[in-house]
Design a binder for this molecule. Structure first.
Ligand code: ZN
Length: 710
């Protein structure tokens, strides 16, 4: 990013200048009316709101309130079936509002969301989002049907227990161990009867479905073969790979999508749509011991007949639904939620295939949905009765198919990625269904995602083909618009007229051109805040409010503890680790370097040739170079300690754990090219705090980051 031009002279003195003129008014004989006109050139900003969590925070404007009021009459609030379904089968609410982590901090806090129950309505929360967050305030143990139970509200997802012959089959196990353990305890107090967990099933790769596994089973019991852990094929590859290469960028963007820094408050974070939030306990991973391989596979799990339907490339790269014929119970994993899911994920992820997703829903409907009497899933609440199941399955099927087809219909008529979100709308009959509302994906960002999937980022206008970077184009805009004062005045006027999208257009240019212009950042923050309040979709709301926060305050300081779970690092292949080293390497520091390393890991029989040439680090599995500069022999189990940052490669060589032959110096050369990614890099200009606190890690440690829940 370019150094911003010094702006102090242009900014604050304007007010002083006017004040000075007023004081000297008589001397210069400037008519009072003209002064008043000058002074009012910048319309008055909104005053901070008492009770807002941020000293610069504002109340929703009358325009925002109007939009939220309109939603109250436009949306189907008379359809209250979700509330009936959400409450049905409650066995016991969870009494402790907080679940403590083993580390002594709070892992899960439902206290923070009780404010949602206190008042009928909030003028700073979209009524549809408020409704969804109220529904997600369920917190306790529920019976789905006799023999199937769910603990809900303990994390972003549900944990489900199904009665087997010898114990309980746990289906999806939350993000971290502590809430999973608390869920198991509550379950045992009321239903479990002291029987053990007899099997674990992971429906898919996202972290909220497997990270809590240590809370309910002992890894030794899994390794000994006593407890099977069942997952769809290729589970491990996709679980690890999806979050590594762009992991730091994804984690930073999670601050926006998941509003990580926003207080739980009417003007801040109000839930995530899928659930109230992500627990902060101890994540872990026990690798599956049984993979479902066939498109439809029928097996007995602890005496219960289960029909697994693989659904690759839907909500996750690998996922599966399950039908339990004896109970006519259909488990839809995360392929069906109460709302529209993400096609495009704001934290960043490869765009999903909505047509494929729709087809798998269709298949589930025709295979099982015609006879199922209960449908349950890893988020939200079950649906009972075949008619209701068919209604939801058909609606969800059409939701994703419509999004794919109608967006491409427009694209084929020339509507671009930069227009589609203002053009595409769901059909009214789907807009009327709560289960099609944008509680995770929004029609806006999903429709752009569909175009991205098929046509990519370019709208085919050459002016956007090789555009200037924002910081390089913005100064010209500012100059041509007549300077910062004019933009601030017009921006304030647009803000005061409720024209927030126009205001953001010009104020963003000013902030890009003048990152130190706090008046510009504050006004853009005011604009973002109103747009945030207006959103039904929590990811959009959080993103606007997170940017608001950072524009006003800067990116907060603090240690970012490395949250990589040792289990996740252990599950990572050596090839993936080496690939990631190639990403961590700053190519510019490797100019002129050239060497070849043979890496041999005897305990698992793998070998790699690693080459640094053309300032690029590559690796090839299964090959060795004839005359390498260095041969490094280390057991994979020992290498893992280095991958986790527990022991440096130097120390491994020094104590003889790693054997070397040749020039060890190339390792130092390689280490000198490695960069630690800053977990708090700047998104909005001028928000970076100056004493960045990036924890130092070993040059080879891999920062996998938290596997993203979804
Ligand atoms: Zn999930």
């Amino acid at each position: 990013m370019k150094n911003p031009p010094a702006q102090n002279e242009k900014m604050i003195p304007r007010r002083h200048f006017l004040g000075g003129l007023a004081a000297a008014g008589t001397a210069f004989a400037i008519p009072v009316g003209m002064l008043a006109e000058e002074a009012s050139a910048r319309p008055q900003p909104a005053q901070p709101l008492k009770g807002h969590f941020h000293p610069k925070g504002k109340a929703p404007s009358k325009f925002t309130i109007e939009i939220l009021e309109k939603a109250k009459t436009a949306l189907p609030f008379s359809d209250t079936r979700d509330f009936d379904e959400q409450e049905r089968g409650l066995i016991a609410p969870m009494k402790d509002m907080k679940i403590m982590a083993d580390g002594g901090h709070v892992a899960w806090d439902m206290e923070e969301f009780q404010f949602l129950n206190q008042k009928e309505e909030f003028d700073s929360i979209h009524p549809s989002l408020h409704r969804q967050s109220l529904l997600n305030n369920n917190y306790g143990l529920y019976e789905v049907v006799p023999g199937i139970y769910q603990v809900r509200g303990f994390d972003l997802a549900n944990i489900t227990f199904i009665k087997g012959k010898t114990g309980w089959i746990a289906y999806d196990v939350l993000v971290t161990a502590e809430p999973a353990r608390a869920a198991w305890k509550l379950f045992q107090e009321h239903v479990g009867g002291g029987l053990p967990v007899s099997a674990v099933i992971y429906s898919h790769t996202h972290g909220d479905h497997w990270g809590g596994v240590h809370g309910i089973v002992d890894v030794a019991a899994v390794r000994s073969g006593k407890i099977p852990v069942i997952a769809p094929r290729n589970f491990l590859d996709h679980t690890i790979a999806e979050n590594v290469f762009a992991g730091n960028a994804m984690n930073r963007r999670l601050f926006y999508q998941y509003g990580s820094l926003l207080p739980r408050a009417p003007h801040g974070y109000v839930g995530q749509g899928l659930g109230q939030g992500i627990s902060r306990g101890t994540p872990g991973l026990i690798a599956p011991t049984k993979l479902i391989e066939k498109p439809i596979e029928e097996i007995e799990v602890d005496g219960v007949k289960m029909v697994f339907q693989l659904t690759p490339n839907t909500e996750a790269p690998v996922e599966m639904n399950t039908y339990i014929p004896e109970k006519k119970a259909l488990w839809m994993a995360e392929n069906v939620i109460n709302g529209l899911h993400n096609i495009y994920t704001l934290r960043g992820a490869p765009v999903r295939d909505p047509l494929n997703w729709s087809k798998y829903l269709s298949r589930a409907l025709y295979l099982y949905g015609m006879e199922a009497e209960v449908m349950f899933a890893s988020h939200h609440w079950p649906r009972w009765g075949n008619a209701r199941i068919q209604e939801v399955l058909r609606g969800q099927r059409d939701l994703y198919a419509n999004m794919n087809n109608q967006v491409l219909h427009f694209a084929n008529q020339g509507v671009t990625i930069n227009q589609i979100h203002n053009v595409y709308e769901l059909p009214p009959s789907l807009q009327d269904k709560w289960f099609a509302r944008g509680y995770h994906g929004s029609p806006q960002h999903n429709s752009r995602g569909v175009i991205q999937r098929f046509l990519g980022f370019w709208d085919a206008n050459p002016a956007t083909l090789i555009p200037l970077s924002p910081a390089d184009s913005a100064p010209l805009y500012v100059e041509m618009m007549g300077g910062p004062e004019k933009i601030l005045a017009r921006g304030q006027q647009l803000h005061n007229e409720g024209k927030y999208f126009l205001a953001q257009e010009i104020l963003d240019k000013l902030v890009q051109a003048e990152p130190k212009n706090q008046a510009a950042k504050d006004l853009l923050a005011d604009v973002f805040e109103q747009i945030g309040y207006q959103q039904e979709n929590p990811g959009l709301r959080n993103s606007y409010l997170a940017a608001t926060y950072e524009l006003r305050t800067g990116i907060p300081e603090g240690n970012t503890a490395d949250s990589s779970s040792p289990d996740v690092v252990r599950a990572m292949s050596t090839g993936l680790f080496l690939d990631f080293l190639g990403i961590r390497m700053d190519s510019r520091k490797a100019q002129g370097m050239r060497f070849t390393i043979n890496l041999i890991t005897p305990d698992n029989g793998e070998k790699f040739v690693v080459e640094l040439e053309n300032a690029t680090l590559t690796n090839l599995e299964g090959f060795l170079a004839k005359s390498p500069d260095l041969t490094l022999t280390i057991n994979r189990s020992d290498l893992e300690k280095t991958m986790m940052g527990a022991k440096t490669l130097e120390a491994q060589i020094k104590d003889g754990t790693a054997k070397t032959e040749g020039d060890v110096g190339v390792l130092a050369k390689l280490a000198s090219t490695m960069v630690d990614f800053d977990p708090r890099f700047e998104i909005m200009p001028g928000t970076k705090s100056f004493a960045a606190n990036v924890p130092k890690v070993d040059a080879y440690e891999v920062a996998v980051g938290e596997p993203a829940p979804e």
